[in-house]
Design a protein around this ligand. Sequence first.
Ligand SMILES: Cc1ncc(COP(=O)(O)O)c(C=O)c1O
Length: 436
Amino acid sequence: MTDRRSFLKTSALALPGLSAIGTFSSAHGAPQLGEPRLSELAKALPDYASVDEEDYWAAVQQLYALTDTRIYMNTGGLGPVSFPVLERFRELTTELQSQSKTGHRFIEEARLPVASFLGAKPEEMAFVRNATEGNATVATGLDLKKGDEIIIDASAHPGGAIPWLNQLKIKGVRIRVFDPTGLDAQQILERIQSLVSERTRVIQVSHVTAPTGILMPVVEIASLCKAKNIWFHIDGAQSMGMMPINLSSIGCDSFATSGHKWLGAIHGTGVLYIKESRLDEVRPSEVGAYSDAGYALPDMLNYVASARRHESGTRNAPLVESVRVACAFMEGIGLQRIRDRGLFLTTRLRNGLSTIDSVEILSPSDDSIRASMLTFKSSKMGCSDLDRSLSANHKLRLRIVTEQDFNAIRVSLHVFNSPSQVDHLIQSVGEVLSTI
Ligand SMILES: Cc1ncc(COP(=O)(O)O)c(C=O)c1O
C-alpha cells in the first residue's frame, strides 16, 4: 500500500495549506487564523467524473489518518478523522493557544454551514459534546408529567434510551417500546401506531439503528406525529455524514447527532437541532453566558432566540470548527455519493457472506430501510470468539453486537473502505468458520 504521507506530499492531492500533513506542522503555508479552506478542500480530491471510480475512492482513503496495520470497519462506534479536519483542528488550537483566546467567533461562524448541511436554520442549531447530550437535553427539557408516554425503539443505544429512563425515574413517565427488527417500513409504522395512546407525548427513533443498521421511515413517522401533536425526536447519531439529511423536509421536532462517527469530526462533538417554532418547549437545563439575550439580577433572564440557549460557558472552539470542516469535507465528496458507496459496499458484503454456510444476515436488504452497516451472525460460533479471531488473525476492526441478544457482528463501511477490504472480510469469515 502506498505510504500515505509520501503520497500526500507528492500527489496532486497535496493541498497548499496541508503541505505539512505528514508531520502535522503548520509552520509553512498555513492560512491565517479563521481563513476558510473550503475551496482548498474541494481541490483535495480528483474530479469524480474524470478518474476511475476506485482510484477516486483510493484518493479519499489516502486522506484519512488511519493506520495501515488494521482494517477499520467500526465507524458506527467511532469515526476516524480525515487529515484536513485533523490539521485544521490542530492549527486552530495552536493559534488560539498562542494568544490564549477562546475563538468563540468560530462557533458562531460554524452555525450556518452546519445548519445547511442538515437542511436547517442556524437558529435551530446547538453544538453539544455528543448525541447523548442532545438526546438528554430534549428528554429533560420537555414538559412531561407522570403517566405521559414515550415511544422508543428497542434498538435504542444507551445514549438514546437512558435519558428517557431518567425521566421515568424523575417524573414517572411511561416508556413503550417497539422492535423494528425484521420489519419493513410500513410494518414499523404500524407497530408504532399500535402503541400510540391518548397519553403519548413523544416518539423517538434512532434514525439508523445501532445494532443492525435499520434506516427508519422518519418522514412517515413525522407525519404521524404531526397529525397527533406528538413530539418527534430523532436520535441521529448514526446518520450524519452517512447520507444526505434534510431536517426541514423530514419534519421532525428535534434531532441529535454525534460529530465523531460518520461525519468524521474530532471526538467529543455533536449537534442538537430543535425546530425554530418549538424552541420554547424545550426548557434549558444547562445555561449560562451565551444562553441569554439579556439578564439582570435578581429576576430577569431572556433566552437567546436560538437553540444556542442550550450552550453555556466557555467551549472548545476548535472542536466545533472540526464539525464545520468535516461537513465541508463530506460535501466535497457529496452526500448522495457517500450514501451510494455505502450501499454498494454493504451489498457486496451481503452477497459474499450469504454464500457462507451458517451465516445469517440480520440487517435489512431493502434499499429504503438499509444503511452503510451490515450485521451478521453464525450459528457455528459466538460473536466474541468470531470477532476475536477476525481481529487477531485478519487485522479486522469490527464490533460485536450483544444488544437484544443478537450475538452478532456489525460491519460499518464508509468512504475509506474498499471492495478489496470487503472481500478480505468475506474470505476471513469463511476461513475462520471453516475451521470449526
Ligand atoms: C443510535 C445511537 N445513539 C447514541 C449514541 C451515543 O453517541 P454519543 O457517544 O455521541 O453520545 C450512539 C453510539 O453508538 C448510537 O449509535
